[in-house]
Design a binder for this molecule. Structure first.
Ligand SMILES: NC(=O)c1ccc[n+]([C@@H]2O[C@H](COP(=O)([O-])OP(=O)(O)OC[C@H]3O[C@@H](n4cnc5c(N)ncnc54)[C@H](OP(=O)(O)O)[C@@H]3O)[C@@H](O)[C@H]2O)c1
Length: 320
């Protein structure tokens, strides 16, 4: 089978497509033939080995894990002897955290992780990126902000994978959404449910004259210092993007400023959030927006495009 790998940190050009043996499932695993897999900002960071302190875990001089791809959707091809929940032919989706080889033709994955039957109203392409934007933003909205019906949330970067998921999830929760994006993405952001849209090219944050219960800076381009005047008295500023500025502000304002790495949450907690999302997809309440699709041999181009910072929603690798 084909698999995308990288044996040194660097630009998208370090990615190679190689031939490897199809893996055999252990007793507690299923073998999945991958139909679509996600390509995400987190994947590009693993490939580059950034932030550099992350190399303490990822490998000091070269990556310990050489495979790419975290989210997937596909069809069960074989099951281990202890598998009870899935059978050959089931359509399944989920994630193998930390780029554990989903940009490939096949993966083996344990039954009890972030994995479930794919709702039949969504395609493999729509299912593969769910664990990036939707799972991350759901963790922020539900477990970190505890967003409530009627509250007002400002979502910065509303056209990205995390931002477009946050707009939809906030509406499902019953919050009022003000979304921030650029001129070209206003129609898209309105189409997914934003109540109000602010064009960041025309209205800088300093000119906004409203109060929010939650500010979710999904792309990490706002500063807490500038944003805090927009927070209501118990308001929370949260971002999935780690920076020195955020760490500093968290130290002095731990109740107001929040960062979390969703991938290091306990598997059972992540799985519960994921199962909630599966339920919402089954009810037709969420939509994955796909910006571009690539074939596995073209995955370098997907990484180059990601690094422009301009993608709208998600990008996926689609296998024939
Ligand atoms: N902590 C975690 O657990 C976790 C998990 C997953 C991802 N992340 C991080 O989350 C971040 C967001 O990822 P993503 O995939 O959603 O999006 P992304 O690819 O980082 O951002 C793309 C979108 O951001 C918009 N954008 C760029 N600059 C902007 C600005 N100044 N103001 C408002 N919008 C702007 C772009 O629209 P325009 O072209 O219109 O500007 C584009 O649609 C990444 O840094 C990723 O590493 C963290």
């Amino acid at each position: 089978m084909k698999a995308a790998v990288y044996t040194k940190y660097g630009s998208p050009e370090v990615i190679q497509i190689i031939d490897v043996e199809i893996p055999s499932p252990k007793p507690n695993e299923i073998l999945v033939k991958i139909k679509a897999s996600s390509v995400t900002r987190a994947d590009t960071m693993m490939r580059q080995g950034i932030p550099k302190f992350g190399r303490l875990f990822l490998g000091l001089f070269k990556p310990k894990n050489t495979t790419l791809g975290t989210g997937f959707s596909g069809v069960v091809e074989a099951v281990g002897s202890q598998i009870t929940k899935f059978k050959v032919g089931d359509e399944v989706f989920g994630e193998k955290l930390f780029c554990n080889g989903c940009n490939a033709d096949y993966i083996c994955i344990a039954e009890n992780v972030v994995l479930d039957i794919k709702p039949n109203i969504i395609s493999h392409e729509e299912a593969a990126p769910v664990c990036d934007g939707f799972l991350t933003s759901y963790n922020f909205l539900k477990d970190i902000a505890d967003l409530k019906p009627g509250q007002h949330i400002l979502i910065n970067g509303a056209s990205g994978s995390l931002g477009s998921a946050a707009v939809q999830l906030s509406k499902v929760i019953g919050a009022k959404v003000t979304a921030v994006c650029s001129t070209k993405n206003i129609d898209f952001v309105k189409s997914i449910g934003a109540d109000k849209v602010i064009d960041y090219k025309k209205t800088p944050i300093a000119k906004i004259n409203e109060k929010y219960n939650v500010i979710y800076d999904s792309v990490g381009t706002l500063s807490y210092k500038e944003s805090k005047k927009l927070l209501s008295s118990n308001g929370v500023f949260m971002t999935p993007v780690l920076s020195g500025q955020i760490l500093y502000q968290m130290l002095f304002n731990p109740k107001k400023v929040k960062f979390a790495a969703t991938g290091i949450k306990k598997t059972e907690e992540l799985k519960q959030l994921f199962l909630d999302l599966v339920g919402l997809y089954k009810q037709g309440k969420l939509q994955t927006h796909i910006d571009k699709k690539y074939s596995l041999p073209d995955i370098k181009h997907a990484h180059h495009y990601l690094e422009t910072g301009r993608k709208v929603g998600n990008i996926v690798v689609v296998n024939p």
